[in-house]
Ligand binder design. Structure first.
Ligand SMILES: [Zn+2]
Length: 327
C-alpha cells in the first residue's frame, strides 16, 4: 500500500541525482570524498589530478612556491625535496629526474599531479610508510645480465666491446659483493648463453635487477646512467610492486651516478617484457653508453666495475632499511 509513496520519493531522488550529475558533468573540479574527506579531484583529459597543496596534506609534507617564469612548487618532507613544474613530464627528487605517467598540469593557481603518480611515485618517495603493500625484507637478489649467446646486445666495434660480456663481468662482481654483504644471489645466466626475456624473471627472489648498457644512434654522443621500471597505464598495469619499484629505481640510479660520476639520466618508465613477471621489486639498469668511447672504457675496467657494484649494493642496503622502517 505504501508503494506509490516510495515511488514518488524514489522518482524525486532520481531527478535530484540526475540533476546533480548534469550540474557537475561539464565542470573540471569535482569533490571525491571516497579518497579523503573534502579532497578535490581535478579531471584533466579524463585523468584524475590533485593539487600539490592537497598532496602535502595527504603526505604530511610542506609546499612552497618557487619563483620563476613557469609555475613551480617545492614539496618537502623531512630532509627530502621534490620540485614540480607545470607541464613537465618529470619531477625532480633530490636532484634525480623521476619521469611521470602524466605530465604535471597547471589549473587556477595550482600545480596538479596525477593520482596515478601520487600513488606510484610521490607516496613511495616521500612517505613510504603509507604504501599499503608491505614486502619481504630483501634477502635473495636475482641478477640478470642482459643478452648472451647469439644476442650480443649493443656493441662498440672501435673498442671491440660487446654489451653481453661487459654486463656479465659486472654481474659476477655484483654477485661477489652482495654475497659478502650476506645476500643470497641468483643469476639468470652465469656464462655466455642465450636466455629468453620472459624466462628471466621466473627466477625467484625478493628483488630483480637486470643489467644492460645503452647505445645511442650517433657514437660518442650520449652519456650517463638511467634506470627503468615498468610503465603504469591502461595498457600495462605494471607489476605487483609498482611503488617499491620506484623506491628501488631511485636509490639505484642516484647511488650509481654518485659513485661513477656519470650523468644522471633519471628514473624512467618503460613497458619492458623482462620486468613484467618479476616476483619482487624489479628494475632494469642502463649503466652507461657502450658506444661512447670514454664511458665504454670505464665500463670495461674491472676497477671501475667494482665502483658500480658498490653503488648498487649500497642502494640495496638502503632499500632494506626502508622496508624494515615500513613494517
Ligand atoms: Zn641491453
Amino acid at each position: 500500500m505504501k508503494l506509490p509513496f516510495v515511488n514518488f520519493f524514489g522518482v524525486l531522488l532520481l531527478v535530484l541525482l540526475l540533476g546533480g550529475v548534469a550540474c557537475t558533468y561539464q565542470v573540471v573540479k569535482v569533490v571525491k570524498p571516497m579518497i579523503a574527506p573534502k579532497e578535490v579531484v581535478w579531471k584533466v583529459g579524463g585523468v584524475d589530478y590533485i593539487s600539490a597543496t592537497q598532496l602535502t596534506k595527504r603526505l604530511g609534507a610542506k609546499v612552497a612556491e618557487t619563483k620563476g617564469k613557469t609555475k613551480s612548487v617545492t614539496v618537502t618532507k623531512g630532509g627530502a625535496t621534490v620540485q614540480m613544474t607545470a607541464e613537465k613530464d618529470h619531477l625532480t627528487y633530490q636532484s634525480t629526474h623521476i619521469f611521470l605517467q602524466h605530465p604535471l598540469k597547471y589549473q587556477g593557481s595550482e600545480v596538479l599531479v596525477s593520482e596515478n603518480d601520487v600513488q606510484n611515485v610521490l607516496t613511495p618517495l616521500l612517505a613510504p610508510s603509507l604504501i599499503p603493500k608491505k614486502i619481504a625484507i630483501p634477502k635473495t637478489i636475482v641478477i640478470d645480465p642482459g643478452h648472451g649467446g647469439k644476442d650480443p646486445g649493443a656493441t662498440n666495434n672501435r673498442l671491440q666491446l660487446q654489451e653481453k660480456n661487459l654486463v656479465l663481468a659486472i654481474a659476477l662482481q655484483l654477485r661477489t659483493e652482495l654475497s659478502r654483504r650476506q645476500y643470497i644471489v641468483k643469476m639468470t645466466r652465469e656464462k655466455d648463453e642465450f636466455k629468453e626475456l620472459e624466462d628471466r624473471p621466473r627466477v625467484t627472489g625478493d628483488v630483480f635487477i637486470s643489467l644492460h648498457l645503452n647505445s645511442s644512434g650517433t657514437p660518442n654522443q650520449s652519456l650517463g646512467t638511467e634506470v627503468h621500471v615498468l610503465t603504469r597505464n591502461q595498457g600495462s598495469p605494471g607489476n605487483a610492486f609498482n611503488r617499491w619499484n620506484t623506491i628501488l629505481g631511485y636509490l639505484v640510479v642516484s647511488r650509481l651516478v654518485g659513485v661513477a660520476q656519470f650523468r644522471n639520466r633519471g628514473l624512467k618508465m618503460s613497458n619492458l617484457a623482462v620486468l613484467r613477471n618479476a616476483m619482487g621489486p624489479a628494475i632494469l639498469i642502463e649503466l652507461g653508453f657502450i658506444n661512447h668511447d670514454i664511458e665504454a672504457k670505464k665500463l670495461a675496467d674491472p676497477a671501475f666495475q667494482k665502483k658500480l657494484v658498490g653503488g648498487i649494493a649500497n642502494a640495496l642496503d638502503e632499500l632494506k632499511k626502508v622496508v624494515i622502517g615500513c613494517r
